[in-house]
Design a protein around this ligand. Sequence first.
Ligand code: FE2
Length: 129
Amino acid sequence: MGELADPFKIGLVPRKLTDEELARAVRMDVAAEIEAVNLYEAHIAATDNEMAKRVIGHILQEEREHLIEFLELAKQLDPRQVEAEIEAKAQFPLVAAGQSENPAAEARSEGTRGSGLTVGSLIGEDQAT
Ligand SMILES: [Fe+2]
């Protein structure tokens, strides 16, 4: 979970954000909403208190709406996000079915399988080379 914002620093930025900078901030807001959804789902799963489940469930639904609203805002601020969404929606059925519309991407994906590389495989590698 992220740190709480310092309320005395809010509004004290030296200039207004560009749309690109704001899009970056909004993507952080998307991440915060995802974190909230996961947290509230865990709270509901962890209790038998029906009143608490109803209240948290109500808040959870609002967080899901916030998540979508921030995603929509990110698309308004960053046209590349719209392009990515169009591409992803077109590719999703093929990827889900184990096919690919883009042979180059498929080849790259195949090329990384079995190479031994993982997300953390470069940790500890010598940086001087
Ligand atoms: Fe929220």
